[in-house]
Ligand binder design. Sequence first.
Ligand code: HEM
Length: 407
Amino acid sequence: MAQPTEVTDFEVPGHVPPHMVRDWAFATAPGALEDPFSALSVLYDGPDIFWTPRVRFGAPAWVVTRHDLICEIAKDPATFSSTYQSGFSQLIGEDWDLIPLEKDPPDHDKYRTLMNPLFSPRQVARIEGSVRGTAERLVRTLAAQGQGDLMAGFARPFPVSVFLSLMGLPAELTPQFLGWEDGLLHGKTPEDRVDAAIAIKQYLTGVIAERRRMPTDDLVSFAVTSKVDGRPLDDEEIMGICYLLFVAGLDTVASTLGFVFKHLAEDQANQRLLRDEPALRPAAIEECLRAFSATTSHRLLTRDIDFHGAPMKAGDRVTVCWALSGLDDREFSDPRRIDFHRENIRHTTFAVGPHRCIGSHLARRELRIALDLVLEHMPNFRITPGERAVTHATGVFGVDYLPLTWG
Ligand code: HEM
């Protein structure tokens, strides 16, 4: 194996050419606290592929900046594996996969076939009434205050409540789950993340045991009564499914809601357009999904490969930042402009390839319900004078604080 070369305060593996090294991290990029998506634009001025020492939890990875390269990686799971991409079970000294996210084909396909019907448009239509009811309660409570933090009052509790209802768990657990979610995904210290990971696992273990004794019609019951390869799922597989549903649907929806409403608060003309022309709302949601793509995926090289001039080695990590795909000016003209009449809105925010998001129909429904309700109950909302929104670019990009005033 080649010897590492010392560049500055980090080591570069011998197979990485020095001209492909760029010391860059999403979380600390200049401007990430005001607008993570603007902070990314500097990357398009550099090479399409580079290696950075601390992009992922402080660990090294290759980063690809262009839409077509990102799609190529996502569609080639034999070379770019999804194993170990979250690190959640390893965080607590265990070794089970999030299912189906961390499974590669052909194994992946059987879990996906099992789970696809759970989130089909028909299934989503079935739960729409309860999702809308939850959203309406939260929006009405917040709206009555005249001003407040949209994240704390609505965008964060809403997807948690939807998750609890899908899992057949009581809505009273919302604050508890919000705390665990915050610890796991945004914990200030490694201990915070570990404590939250253990707490979630312990809680889900209890629920799984309970549903094994007495199945109902919720998702946990579905998992405990399902079979793959003609045998029932084992405890680790059920945990992998339940745990993924917890982490997959919370931050993603909350973040997207945060960025959508931040944009509409800052751009009164676009807000008026959606009030005056409700028929534009589906296109507006797609345009916002394109421009505010909040998730980043990770892949692990299974073999040595020359990827468009980058000498990648088996065991290297690749960061797939979906926002870089949505903001690529070779794919979308004037990509930073939010244009609800844009013709090409075929974005990759829900991924492409075998892992494309299973919850996209549910997510789109949640976004639409939220958009309708906030526009209805919070007239002329804007950033509260003297305050400012706070965002982050660690893990899933998101909005921490969105102080709005309306009426
Ligand atoms: C705006 C909201 C959402 C966004 C932007 C989003 C984005 C994504 C992306 C990019 C992936 C692919 C990850 C990869 O290739 O490594 C994915 C997969 C997944 N998402 Fe979502 N997601 C959202 C909402 C949801 C919701 C609400 C659910 C739950 C019901 C969900 C469940 C999943 C699952 C289970 C997978 C794994 C699919 C597989 O590996 O085959 N997502 N999502």
